[in-house]
Write a protein that binds this ligand. Sequence first.
Ligand code: FES
Ligand SMILES: [Fe+2]
Length: 354
Amino acid sequence: MTTFVKNAWYVAAWSREVGRGFLSRTLLGEQVLLYRRLDGKPVALVDRCPHKLAPLSLGELKGDTVQCGYHGMMFDCAGACVRVPGQTNIPPTARVTSFPLVERYGAVWIWMGDPELADAGATITEVPHYGDPDWGLVDGNYLHFKSNYLNITDNLVDPAHTTYVHKNTIGNSAGEDVGVKVEQGDSHVLAYRWIKEAAPVPLVEKMANFKGLTDRWQYYYLHLPSTSYVDFGCIDTGVEPTEANKDEGFRSFSFNFLTPETEATTHYFWLHLRNYHAHDAEVSTDVVRLMTLTFEEDATLLEHVQREQERTGVREYTRLGIDNAPARIRRMVDRLIAREQAPAGAEAEEVAGS
Ligand code: FES
Ligand SMILES: [Fe+2]
């Protein structure tokens, strides 16, 4: 059974990756062809000719139309066949699926579920301060994880692992015994904690100018099915923790957009916003280096976890208190998948019978 939620927007590629050439990428287990029309709009089609299943990406772009490289059938941006060389009739089966796309936050987002339900306004998580000139942006970064995406969402709402997995990068023992609280909304889970009256961590000491102790926050959000962000920062001890005051303090937002590739692999797109040294290229380079190192530490560990899960057929034998947030996400995802896969009319019956 699949672990993919279909009715959701996923990052298919960074905008700069999609141009007048073909980009072929596996997304949610499907092979997808991406390119841009002459007017710049991006297009996504299943990368498979309905004739002999040749990948369309081996063909050619003729204007806005894709020509199969095997026998020359041509398909428009909506996937309709517009020419079959050597015959005048176009068989009704001669079409390929196309997918809705939107561009936002420097990325091309794809909807691979029921096209009737595609509504970007409702479901793409807002990225605060994106485009704000007072905030430094690092984007366009990508990692490939050899692990099911839910192992990664487990990890992204689990502050406890930083002490052990990231001892060479962002972890230290200071927060070891500070409890994590968990809150749940309709479509998100938040795991968070405040570390009060603490000395600034080394990164903050290097980049900011605090005179004394700080109150430091870590808020780990996971918006279903697989957009994660970490709101991290600190303010002077005693300052009221309003959003405005937090923006005045030392703050960053680290976004991770996970797109399942297969059941065992995941595309990991990330961007980072900060309110310190916004235009300092060296700081940006440092952010890329540190984040890449940190995410690679997770990738290595989760690749081994995936391998053992496949070997044993088991996901976990033991559950701990720190699994509260990950377990909530898995339950919510399971519910979404069950709803998507329910036979048509089942939901209406459920409502009528409730
Ligand atoms: S396989 Fe594409 S036209 Fe024959
Ligand atoms: Fe991590």
